[in-house]
Design a protein around this ligand. Structure first.
Ligand code: F6P
Length: 367
């Protein structure tokens, strides 16, 4: 190997820059030349969309002092999956086309011997597709939601959870003073890792996860029980993907498919529902993209550095077609095909859920 490229795809997560820095520093020490592809793979497929060259040369000085910075110096986008890339047609309409062959050819034309793809389950599917076209690809797992399969943690999760915990700590004091119910909506479309961990850390009274369809009557009853004991405030943490048993009417779903959950969020729905059921004043707050911003925590910087260095180590020993993972005490690898498009949900028989129940936290359904 003499020349590699890095791409960061999907939603950003604190720690992306620390991965880029680790890949560049460890690859440079092996004498390899590093390049960064801008805006996921869009930089190569639609170069007109970025100013200047869509590929950046990354040497040690280019990554100097970026390890503690949020975001990604390469840009990232969830739009423009190369396997379903939006292409303008001669009649002016836009249709999705599979440009993965073109992308593989563009990578070869640039002389890249290997690719490091940093992303979530969607990016791993893209990485696996490129592997199938004969490119040497290593994946690095990234998502604040912590829901990638085969790794016990992804970078970004600790930062997001720490920030959510600090926010909930603050909501306790205002809720307590005003005798209110505060509903806190956090990210987590398919898995409730952030809600569960931040809720447990910050002493929430109810935690609602996508993994457990909840009964709002049980949440209201838990609040009423607290009231009867003279504890007049309550904190309910809800993951954006949590749903009440039987579903709820999504007023904006037709108007804004995809963004419906956020616009007509479960937090606002729950605020109204709990106010009606308990007669208490309720307020909701959506932490949303605040959880993706800011500097990575020390834990995330370390995971990111280990993943970046491991990706280079894997390539150096002649392996490819795998994603690096964090196992109990060590770094491991798993074939890309086993993680592509796969999410890891909170195990309902796991110790953290059990602990929440043992502490009397309402999870919205009987065990
Ligand atoms: O990174 C995953 C995630 O945090 C989800 O929990 C959330 O639904 C999504 O990103 C929102 O991403 P965007 O607004 O960038 O589409």
């Amino acid at each position: 190997i003499s020349r590699i490229a890095i791409a960061t795809g999907g939603g950003d997560a604190p720690g992306l820059n620390a991965v880029i820095r680790a890949v560049v520093l460890s690859a440079t020490r092996l004498g390899w030349e590093c390049h960064g592809i801008r805006d996921g793979f869009n930089g190569l497929l639609a170069p007109g969309q970025c100013d200047g060259d869509p590929v950046l040369r990354l040497d040690a000085s280019a990554v100097h002092g970026i390890g503690h910075l949020g975001g990604t110096i390469l840009g990232s986008t969830s739009r423009g999956n190369p396997m379903r890339f939006p292409v303008e047609q001669p009649d002016g309409s836009v249709a999705e086309q599979d440009l993965s062959d073109e992308l593989a050819a563009l990578c070869r034309a640039r002389g890249f011997d290997a690719l490091v793809v940093v992303g979530g389950d969607g990016s791993m599917a893209i990485a696996d597709c490129l592997r199938g076209k004969g490119l040497a690809v290593v994946g690095v797992p990234k998502t604040i939601d912590n829901d990638l399969d085969h790794t016990i943690q992804t970078f970004g999760f600790d930062t997001a959870t720490g920030f959510a915990t600090a926010c909930i700590d603050r909501l306790h004091t205002t809720a307590d003073s005003q005798h209110r119910v505060m509903v806190v909506e956090v990210m987590g479309r398919y898995a409730g890792w952030i809600a569960l961990h931040a809720g447990l850390a910050a002493g929430a009274h109810a935690i609602l996860l996508p993994e457990i369809p909840f009964d709002p009557g049980l949440v209201a009853a838990a609040i009423a029980r607290r009231d009867a004991q003279g504890r007049r405030h309550a904190i309910v943490v809800v993951a954006e993907g949590a749903q009440p048993q039987g579903g709820r009417r999504m007023l904006v779903a037709a108007a804004a498919p995809g963004r419906a959950e956020r616009l007509g969020g479960i937090g606002a729905w729950l605020e109204a529902e709990l106010a009606a059921r308990t007669g208490k004043e309720c307020r909701s707050v959506v932490l949303g993209h605040l959880l993706r911003g800011g500097s990575p925590s020390a834990c995330d910087r370390v995971i990111a550095a280990r993943f970046g260095a491991a990706a280079v180590r894997v390539l150096a020993r002649g392996e490819a077609g795998v994603m690096v993972t964090l196992a109990e005490h060590d770094i491991g690898t798993v074939p890309l095909a086993e993680v592509a498009g796969r999410t890891r949900r909170v195990p309902l028989d796991g110790d953290t859920v059990r602990t929440a129940r043992e502490l009397g936290i309402c999870l919205g359904a009987e065990a």
